[in-house]
Design a protein around this ligand. Structure first.
Ligand SMILES: Nc1ncnc2c1ncn2[C@@H]1O[C@H](COP(=O)(O)OP(=O)(O)O)[C@@H](O)[C@H]1O
Ligand SMILES: [Mg+2]
Length: 329
C-alpha cells in the first residue's frame, strides 16, 4: 500500500548562539493510512522537531528544514508555499501537544474555541450547526457532560478533559494524519490509558494515520504498528512493533526496553537505566552518537558514524554490529 506520508532524508537545524545545530539528520520513514507510527527516544532526540518540520511550525527564523522531502499526496511539504501549507495544517494534518493548557486560550470558553476551529475549516457552516458539531465532537471524545464542558473555561476542567478537548479540536477538520506529541505524558496513568484507548478507537472510526510521539516504549507497545527509535537526531532503529519488542537490534533500543517496568517480573531489583546522557548537539562525537553509552562499542564506532542497514523485512538499524563480518550469529 502506498504511504500517505513519506519522509525522505529529512534534516532540520537551528541557528543558535552556539552556532548551527542539526536537530534532525537524515531521517526517513513512511506513514500508512489507518496505521500508527511511533517515534520514540529520550528527551532531546529530535522527535518534536521532526513533527514540527512536518507541520512547518518550526520557530522562526531559527529553525530551518535544510534538506529532504516530506511527501504528502503528491506535494512536498518541505518546500510548499506558506499559503498552501496553511490549508493543510490543522485540517488535513493535525497535531496535539503534550500540555493542552498552552494550546488553549484561558480567557475563552471551550465552545468558542472549538467553534472557531470549525469556522476556519468549514466557513460555510451555520451558527446552529456549528454549536451542534461542537457538542457532538465533545461527545465523541468521551466527555461525559458535553454541554457543561462547552460552557467551561479551560482551567475549570481537568487535565484529562483538556487533552480530550485538544483531541476534539484536532479532529474537527477530519484530518488524514494526526500527530500526537507526548499527548499523555502530563497525565496520570489511568487517564493516560483512557486517552490512548480514545485515540485508537477514533482511528478505527476515521481511518486516519497517526504519528505517536513518546519517550516511553511501554506506550508504543500499546498503540503502534511501526516504530522509529531516534537517538540524538538520527534514526537508531526502525521496525514493526513486534520485531522491535521481540528482536531489538540496536543497543539503544535494548537499553530502552530493559528500562520498561514489567508486570510479570518478580524481581524487586531496580530497573536498569542507560548510563550517561544524550550528547550535546552542538558538540557531537565524530562516530556513532551512542558510542559513549554503548555496552557493545567497538573501535570503529568512535571514528565514523554507521550507515543505516536493512536487517530484515521492514527492519532497519544503524549500528556496526550488523555490518557484514561483525555479526556474531
Ligand atoms: N527552538 C529551538 N532552538 C534551538 N534548538 C532547539 C529548539 N528546539 C529544539 N532544539 C534542539 O533540538 C533538539 C531536539 O529537540 P526536540 O525535538 O524537542 O526533542 P524531543 O525528542 O524531546 O522532542 C534539542 O535537544 C535541542 O538541542
Ligand atoms: Mg518533544
Amino acid at each position: 500500500m502506498n504511504p500517505i506520508l513519506s519522509i525522505e532524508n529529512l534534516a532540520t537545524s537551528f541557528h543558535t548562539d552556539e552556532g548551527r545545530i542539526q536537530a534532525v539528520s537524515n531521517v526517513s520513514f513512511e506513514v500508512h493510512k489507518g496505521k500508527t507510527l511511533g517515534l520514540v527516544g529520550e528527551s532531546g532526540c529530535g522527535k518534536s522537531v521532526t513533527a514540527l518540520s512536518i507541520m512547518r511550525l518550526l520557530p522562526k527564523p531559527s529553525g530551518i528544514i535544510d534538506s529532504g522531502r516530506i511527501l504528502f499526496q503528491g506535494m512536498d511539504l518541505a518546500v510548499l508555499p506558506a499559503r498552501e501549507m496553511q490549508s493543510i495544517r490543522g485540517k488535513r494534518i493535525a497535531m496535539i501537544f503534550q500540555e493542552p493548557m498552552t494550546a488553549l486560550n484561558p480567557v475563552h470558553r471551550i465552545e468558542k474555541q472549538l467553534g472557531e476551529v470549525f469556522q476556519i475549516h468549514f466557513p460555510e457552516m451555520g451558527k446552529k450547526q456549528k454549536a451542534e458539531e461542537v457538542l457532538s465532537l465533545l461527545n465523541r471524545v468521551g466527555i461525559p457532560n458535553p454541554e457543561g464542558c462547552a460552557k467551561a473555561y479551560p482551567h475549570q476542567i481537568s487535565g484529562g478533559m483538556r487533552q480530550r478537548v485538544m483531541i476534539a479540536m484536532a479532529l474537527a477538520g477530519k484530518p488524514e494524519i494526526l500527530i500526537a506529541d507526548e499527548p499523555t505524558t502530563a497525565l496520570d496513568v489511568t487517564i493516560q490509558a483512557q486517552i490512548l484507548e480514545l485515540i485508537k478507537s477514533l482511528q478505527e472510526e476515521t481511518g486516519m494515520a497517526v504519528i505517536f510521539i513518546t519517550h516511553d516504549l511501554g506506550v508504543i507497545a500499546e498503540v503502534c504498528d511501526e516504530v522509529v527509535v531516534m537517538y540524538a537526531g538520527k534514526i537508531a532503529e526502525k521496525a514493526r512493533v513486534k520485531d522491535l519488542f521481540y528482536n531489538p537490534a540496536h543497543p539503544y533500543t535494548q537499553g530502552l526496553l530493559s528500562s520498561i517496568p514489567r508486570l510479570d517480573s518478580k524481581r524487586k531489583s531496580k530497573l536498569s537505566i542507560i548510563q550517561g546522557m544524550v550528547p550535546n548537539l552542538a558538540d557531537l562525537p565524530k562516530g556513532c552518537r551512542f558510542e559513549n553509552r554503548c555496552p557493545m562499542a567497538m573501535g570503529l564506532c568512535k571514528s565514523e558514524p554507521p550507515d543505516i542497514l536493512q536487517i530484515g523485512d521492514s527492519h532497519w538499524v544503524s549500528c556496526y554490529l550488523f555490518e557484514k563480518g561483525n555479526r556474531n550469529e
